[in-house]
Ligand binder design. Sequence first.
Ligand SMILES: NC(=O)c1ccc[n+]([C@@H]2O[C@H](COP(=O)([O-])OP(=O)(O)OC[C@H]3O[C@@H](n4cnc5c(N)ncnc54)[C@H](O)[C@@H]3O)[C@@H](O)[C@H]2O)c1
Length: 266
Amino acid sequence: MSYGLLRGKKGIITGALDEKSIAWHVAQRAYEEGAQLFLTNAPVALRLGQPKVLAEKVNAPLVPADLTQVSDIEKLYDEALQHFGGPVDFVLHSVGMSPNVRKGKSYPEIDYEFYQKTLDVSAISLHKLLSVGRRKGAFARGGSIVALSYIAAQRVFPKYNDMSDAKALLESIARMFGYFLGKELGVRVNIVSQSPTPTTAGMGIEGFQAMYDYADKMSPLGNASAAACADFIIALFSDLTRSVTMQTLYHDGGFSMMGISEELLS
Ligand SMILES: NC(=O)c1ccc[n+]([C@@H]2O[C@H](COP(=O)([O-])OP(=O)(O)OC[C@H]3O[C@@H](n4cnc5c(N)ncnc54)[C@H](O)[C@@H]3O)[C@@H](O)[C@H]2O)c1
């Protein structure tokens, strides 16, 4: 169902790789709610072809940008601003990757070059996206920026590895920029901390299925789906949440408030 919540709004969506991606669901919902979109993903992701399918569905340009590269981000904003003829109302940061996770290094023995890559791709990319956007005057007054996190930023999930550190940094960057962009432009910056979700990135974590099943049994509402996450993010992009900023908002079926559930005791 469409409520027209984003009618007249323009936004950039990063990280839609395939139909499972959280960003894919967000793009579809934003389009249904009346937004005009501009899509981007890493060059390698574009070569896979699937983001092009989404771009056609939501009638949006799709440009390659490695979000660790400031020059790519500059080009991204130049093209988006030209396309829209002005600044954007919302941005979704939906990007994460850890070479240490991919190579099966355990947290106490991570490779430090990989570690820097993890932090750069998964957290510092938000700083770069916001810093370049601010410098280019890319954010409309009253706009909304959302990035995605996981509760391993606060609690220990050993196999989440150095992504835990990246998410803690990501949440801090969102808070800090929430201050500066809030003061300067009335722009909100929030984090959505999402349930385990069966996506390419999610399923790359060792033991994902066990983490998924555990969270599902622990949460009174069960795990939140990617589609439900998209609905929540649409609300955050809309004017209905215009006074919410600098928050880590748990979209997790209640998981973060639980100690133990009856399902796990039986
Ligand atoms: N899946 C989960 O269980 C879960 C839970 C909580 C939070 N999240 C977060 O949600 C976000 C989206 O992930 P997802 O689960 O939809 O997985 P996904 O694999 O569909 O999306 C990850 C995206 O990051 C992109 N990416 C990687 N390196 C990049 C780079 N250098 N520049 C630009 N893009 C790059 C990939 O191409 C991909 O599109 C991530 O921040 C992830 O950590 C996921």
